[in-house]
Write a protein that binds this ligand. Sequence first.
Ligand SMILES: *[C@@H]1O[C@H](CO)[C@@H](O)[C@H](O)[C@H]1NC(C)=O
Ligand SMILES: *[C@@H]1O[C@H](CO)[C@@H](O)[C@H](O)[C@H]1NC(C)=O
Ligand SMILES: *[C@@H]1O[C@H](CO)[C@@H](O)[C@H](O)[C@H]1NC(C)=O
Ligand SMILES: *[C@@H]1O[C@H](CO)[C@@H](O)[C@H](O)[C@H]1NC(C)=O
Length: 805
Amino acid sequence: MGHKGISVTGLVCGVAFFFLLPLHSAYGDVSYSFPEEMKRGSVIGNIAKDLGLEASRLSARNARVDTEGNRKRYCDINLSTGDFIVAERVDREELCGEKMSCILRFDLVLESPLELHRISLQIQDINDNTPIFPKDTIKLEIAESAFKGARFRVNAAHDADIGQNAVQSYTLQRNDHFALSVQTTVAGSKYGELVLDKELDREQQQELKLLLTAVDGGTPQRSGTVVIHVTVLDANDNAPVFNQAVYKASLPENSPLGTLVLTVSSTDADEGMNGEVTYEFSRMSDKTRKVFTLNHVTGEMTVAGALDYEDESKYEMFIEGKDGYGLSSDTKVIIDITDVNDNAPVIYLQSLTNPIPENASPGTEVGIINVQDRDSENNRQVRCSIQQNVPFKLVPSIKNYYSLVTTGELDRELVSDYNITITATDEGSPPLSSSKSVQLSVADVNDNPPVFEEQSYKAHVTENNNPGSSVCSVTARDPDWRQNGTVIYSLLPGEVNGVPVSSFLSVNGETGVIHAVRSFDYEQFRSFKVHVVARDNGSPPLSSNVTVSVFITDVNDNSPQILYPAPEGNSFMTELVPKAAHGGSLVSKVIAVDADSGQNAWLSYHIVKSTDPGLFTIALHSGEIRTQRDISESHSMKQNLIVSVKDNGQPSHSATCTMYLVISDNLAEVPELKDLSYDESNSKLTSYLIIALVSVSTFFLTFIIVILAVRFCRRRKLLFDGAVAIPSAYLPPNYAEVDGTGTLQSTYNYDAYLTAGSHTSNFKFIRSYNDNTLPADQTLRKTPIDFAETFDDSDGLMLVFGFEL
Ligand SMILES: *[C@@H]1O[C@H](CO)[C@@H](O)[C@H](O)[C@H]1NC(C)=O
Ligand SMILES: *[C@@H]1O[C@H](CO)[C@@H](O)[C@H](O)[C@H]1NC(C)=O
Ligand SMILES: *[C@@H]1O[C@H](CO)[C@@H](O)[C@H](O)[C@H]1NC(C)=O
Ligand SMILES: *[C@@H]1O[C@H](CO)[C@@H](O)[C@H](O)[C@H]1NC(C)=O
């Protein structure tokens, strides 16, 4: 039934906009024509097809039909088929009155991207109204003197329909006196005139009743009738004549009640009753009747109801002037209502993306706003703006549509809600404005990684700690929302000295508290580093890591280790003290080390027991044993000293050793020497073996000693100096090295071979006081020659140190 047509001008405008606003890709106009009074759901046309849109995407693109103003939505779109359908009863007469063309305009709005299509719907008239005469009966008073051919105008019938469906003709019931002549006014409406065909004779017939029928041109035809009641009177020659054929007035819409619109006047050439004219409205719509009143006597027309330009901008009516005997004529009155800026713009929020993700790029369309002003011309020109301090702007789009777009980066962590006030002002004078507030929230995006409160963390743990004890705690903050800001801690897999870090530490995922998994040993390692990762729960998650350095602090958990002399029973060590030694002579030295560090490794030496108290002293810190007095014959040849070595820890640990001294110039003088180192706890067999060995050795040594005796005696003093040099060189060089933190370097193993050629016994000291195989920071390998040089001045003495890791 409907026919369509796509307007080219719309497309041209669209192209113009296209360059300004790439957001709005294309749009066109489509127009339909459809009869009024069609039942709800009737399909007018298929918009999707006519505009080349995909019907299946209509729903997703939030397609909707907007009507201007707050008018009823007469039509709608079926989102599943794309059909443009009738949504409510359309009454052309109610909508457009007598206007010839009745067009409803709609906007079809589609989002993402915003598209606007104009739809115009021409409402076709159907013949649904019957011609109606203003009154049931028309009273005419005609003087008997009226000549043949005299014309008497009869009020026209009114048919709300237009064109062919309006009144087309009149028929008069057959009668003896009158014929009917149908006239057309300037305005185009038709009325009938009774034409006197045969003179009346009041004396013969005082009254006549005629039936006048008005018919319209619709199919089926409709008709209305009126009874014309003719009273035959005595002579009245002239009908009133209006001064103007058409009266026109213009009236602002805000005119108060009682405002004089215009005055109609007519003159009647007759005198007396025959010349007295009264006025009344003849044909007018019900709407008009409520708005104006007419003074019957003066012909003054005044405002009696509220005028509204937006409702009705033009009124047309007929006023009949009638003299005392019923001769009448009428005139047309046209009243134009002029617009006054009495309607503020109305802002409609057509769509809003709320919340908007914070990573929306600048220029993202957030909402669509439509502004309407019911006034006309300048009064409906509207400017729209929003406040300055928000990262949004309004971009004028099609017609009175605006896009609300972002102008900058959003950051939920800075501003999470916006209160956007849109103000619309028209260009009337004075201008009217209105505003609307739009609440917009910013949705979180996981754009912040957790950040640790500190650049790096340091923890100090005392060694021998309990497994499970807490070491320190790390904290990271993430300002994102909910799970995007929830921080989970974990250890970064890694190794410390080849052992996975997870076997050293564990971190509580929620609190960031770091626990020791095992007990640490300062002597194994003094510090290590782990990396803790803080990860948020977003998808994808963001993370950052931090270094946690764990420093293990020393506890005095190692006793001093005596290197020289070797612990009791392990070897044969005897120091010779020359008989001629004077008081203060250096006799020997106790060498001890402590695996701890600092105070815990600060050793002090004491003689706890001696054969001859007071004969020997030991230096508190160096462990050097010296004679206190001159040696005399009275002193026992064998002197045993029990030396205790104590560290300075809290509590302190100690170790003891026995130092065997023989006051003699010659080992040969010491027959019981073997007893000195005789270990009574040895088994008998071992004892015998040792005795045999010692005997052979002694014999062999004696032989060598004899050979060397001369030289030995000559350089005796030197020998003792050399002997003194032993202990000082005995300390592995590594022990003297101190690292940056003031603690001794890591441990090492070493073998020490000591050959004292002047002594009757060789001794080899092999000791590993740290069985752990942890690699040391550095590799030390000193060639034997280096050490030999150290002792160059003592001919008979050679030290060989081999340091191994
Ligand atoms: C849209 O059209 C389909 C198919 O003709 C129909 O089933 C459906 O009821 C219609 N929807 C509306 C809202 O009219
Ligand atoms: C937003 O602005 C409107 C009008 O200025 C005000 O009434 C409302 O309270 C504001 N809302 C917020 C959350 O600031
Ligand atoms: C977290 O961020 C993601 C995007 O990174 C977003 O889709 C999600 O909605 C956010 N979660 C919350 C609770 O805001
Ligand atoms: C740890 O953080 C640094 C920079 O802070 C980064 O370069 C490195 O990739 C991160 N490591 C891991 C495993 O995340």
